[in-house]
Design a protein around this ligand. Sequence first.
Ligand code: UTP
Length: 297
Amino acid sequence: MRKKVTKAIFPVAGLGTRFLPATKSVPKEIMTLVDRPLIQYAIDEARAAGIKEFIFVTSRGKGALEDYFDHAPTLEQELRKKGKDKLLEVLKSTNMESGAIAYIRQHRALGLGHAVWCARRLIANEPFAVILPDDVIAAEKPCLQQMVEAYEETGGSMVAAMEVPPEQASSYGVLDVREDMGNMVSVSGMVEKPKEGTAPSNLAVIGRYILTPDVLGNLNKLKSGAGGEIQLTDAIAAEIDEERPVYGYRFRGQRFDCGSKSGFLQATIAFGLAREELRDDLSAYIHDIVQMGKAAQ
Ligand code: UTP
């Protein structure tokens, strides 16, 4: 029987330079969409997919992340005294079972592949998920859960894939498709950030992966790739060279690139509009400013 995916790596050691000066003292993953930090969306998605062990690859200055998942006895006591049961319930989603969460330091930001490699001893010989918290995905069934269900049928390594316009392909890892099976494609190659006009398809890799432990072995051997970083894409592509299966999974849902300012603002609006208590106010405001903008033209 196929081993279940119960471990997930959350690489959060990046510098977050696109959000400076905010990220000088606030980890990008603690920035909030409405009232929940990005990392909370990632953890909820992982839990829904059956993940039991949460491995954070962190770096200097990310202490706020560790505190976020700790109990806050004084705050909880105060809320209890005031009978604020609903808020106590909200806080519960931030608490982790003892021992379920581990933190590993990436001492230098040498790339996503290197960050994942830093967690190798905690993964040992099991399939594992990788979630990039700055890719936030709104979906009826959470994206990683869709992938775990597909993985249970196929095995191998799997990346979440999304169609992008050709002019954007050079910002992503792009799949070379061997066979298109609808929701899934089998992959014959992967190129990280292809030069304009050279992308092998319009299917881009986004921040959800299910990987076999062989990929960690490939990372062992890798030197730096595109942009001088150790690329996770290269280690997955090496699986194909070894004739082991790699799939792209066309997930159902809307992905927001919350690592970019525009994506973050779009997600803030979308998640705000999705909240019943905010919808009317927010949509009336958006309507008004659009009308004002039109009138000013
Ligand atoms: P990004 O490419 O978004 O880089 O990393 P970044 O440093 O977070 O942000 P910018 O580009 O400077 O604004 C994608 C994911 O990989 C992690 C990041 O934390 C993010 O979740 N990462 C990247 C690492 O953990 N270590 C690295 O060395 C690089």
